[in-house]
Design a binder for this molecule. Structure first.
Ligand code: NAD
Ligand code: MG
Length: 478
């Protein structure tokens, strides 16, 4: 018998970050109360502890922030690109220097494991600022004409699943191209955006170039509808995305939408099983499955299904679910009670519709919002769990016999954000990638992100690209 090892607790210190009891809005380079005096609380999803009280921006605050961004636009857009680049490089370096603090803060406010904020979110956030700093003085060579101009004031609304990373994906290209920004973080995860405001101050960014308005959907709606806005960028649910598209229709505002997904992770019989299992786990249990490009549908070739599922169950039994601040934790807390209720309802529908449910043995903490990693087999394409975005740690397994059937099933979705292909054959990878209707197709890997690589969707997953040369287009008048 092999020896059994126990993990000792390895908690990251939460003392590395100072959280104030309350925060104001960041407008025109300074923090201020909401004009209406309203505020709301943000909690730690793993404990339900209140972390801070945050100002709730109303229409008057939206006016003030957009006006500040408009004033700042004249001089910011007139700066030589090399000068704007200096600010972006400075922001990137400050993020690196403060990354431990920011990782702990993000883990507290969002519930995701420190291993992920430390090793994935924060390095990618810094990388996005470094990458776009490099573009700021080279826009004339980006393929958008000899002197591409910025759009003006960008209204940016982001979700709670990767709070600081979604901020970076939106703010870095906007600033590099010479726009100014009013950003609204999600109501359950406002803290890292407020810390970012402090990073902007530390970097000496001219006032009004970045403004942060905290609040809920009503704040977001007022911001995207504001007449002083030239560009709207949204990441979040398809329902809200459609609403925003209706609001913006008929105006001169430029729009990009990054919405939901139901990614297919396709495993062929010649794929290396252990690597594929790691990719499947990373595809759907990373960030508790709260990932728009999650590999939430596993399509496995029939002849290897039993072997693969056995290896997957064995691997899932080793996942550690619990305290997100513990460095050994693989799966943290679900972001909110509302999100937990959505996941629970959809998973229950899977059982009710006849799919077979399995989770590894794991003890969930009593307080906080938790959902055990879950696998459904005997799933048909008609089941809700095969069609709807669950946005939780729930995998739906379907099988296929031929490449044609894999393509047909993968593309049988209202979404088209991501897909994965696992096979030893390079020719098969290329053939599949050409036929899959997805903005990103990963080959023998999953959930790999890089600022140089454009990201975005087909169909109801939205339109426009973020990252890479393509992502610049969303912030230029082309
Ligand atoms: P949501 O779309 O309601 O919220 C996203 C952001 O939009 C938040 O900042 C929110 O305050 C803001 N918002 C809400 N209503 C708005 C409006 N009318 N106008 C402008 N802004 C508005 O998402 P949610 O309710 O937090 O999550 C619901 C579902 O959306 C999830 O279960 C998941 O399926 C999906 N989702 C997808 C992503 C993604 O990355 N694509 C992110 C979060 C959630
Ligand atoms: Mg929170």
């Amino acid at each position: 018998m092999s020896p059994m090892f126990e993990y000792a607790p390895a908690p990251e210190s939460r003392a590395v970050v100072d959280i104030a009891p309350s925060y104001g809005l960041f407008v025109d380079g300074e923090f201020r109360e909401a004009a209406g005096g309203k505020s709301f609380k943000t909690v730690s999803p793993s404990t339900e502890e209140v972390l801070a009280e945050v100002a709730h921006a109303g229409a008057e605050d939206v006016d003030a922030a957009v006006a500040a961004a408009r004033r700042a636009f004249a001089s910011w857009s007139a700066l030589p690109g090399a000068e704007r680049a200096k600010y972006l490089f400075r922001i990137a370096r400050i993020i690196q220097e403060r990354s431990r603090e920011l990782a702990v803060l993000e883990t507290l406010d969002n519930g995701k494991p420190i291993r992920e904020t430390r090793d994935a979110d924060l390095p990618l956030v810094a990388a996005h600022f470094f990458y776009h700093a490099g573009w700021a003085d080279k826009l004339a060579h980006a393929g958008y004409g000899p002197d591409p101009r910025p759009l003006g004031v960008a209204a940016q609304v982001i979700p709670w699943n990767f709070p600081l990373m979604m901020l970076a994906w939106k703010v870095a290209p906007a600033l590099a191209c010479g726009n100014t920004v009013v950003l609204k973080p999600a109501e359950t995860t406002p803290l890292s955006a407020l810390f970012f405001a402090d990073v902007c101050r530390q970097a000496g960014l001219p006032k009004g170039v970045v403004n942060i308005l905290t609040g809920d959907g009503s704040t977001g709606a007022a911001l995207v509808a504001h007449e002083g806005v030239d560009k709207v960028a949204f990441t979040g649910s398809t329902a809200v995305g459609k609403q925003i598209a209706r609001t913006v229709a008929g105006s001169a505002k430029k729009l990009t939408l990054e919405l939901g997904g139901k990614g297919a992770n396709i495993v062929f019989d010649d794929a290396p099983v252990d690597q594929a299992v790691e990719g499947i786990v990373n595809g759907i249990y990373f960030n508790q499955g709260q990932v728009c490009c999650a590999g939430s549908r596993l399509l496995v070739q029939e002849s290897v299904q039993d072997e693969l599922l056995e290896a997957l169950r064995r691997r899932l039994s080793t996942l550690r679910v619990g305290d997100p601040l513990d460095k050994n934790t693989d799966v943290g807390a679900i972001n909110s009670a509302e999100q937990l209720a959505r996941i629970t309802e959809l998973a229950d529908s899977g059982e009710a519709e006849g799919a077979e449910r399995w989770s590894p043995a794991c003890e969930l903490p009593e307080r906080g919002f938790w959902f055990a990693p879950t696998v459904f087999t005997n799933v048909t394409q008609a089941h809700r769990i095969a069609r709807e975005e669950i946005f939780g740690p729930v995998l739906s397994v379907l099988s296929f016999r031929t490449p044609d059937e894999a393509v047909a099933k993968a593309n049988n979705s209202q979404y088209g954000l991501s897909a994965g292909v696992w096979t030893e054959k390079g020719s098969r990878i290329l053939a599949m990638a050409g036929r899959l209707r997805a903005g990103v197709v990963w080959a023998n890997t999953f959930n790999k992100f890089d600022p140089t690589s454009p990201f975005g969707g087909y169909r109801e997953s939205g339109f426009g690209r973020e990252g890479g040369r393509h992502g610049l287009e969303a912030y230029l008048d082309v």
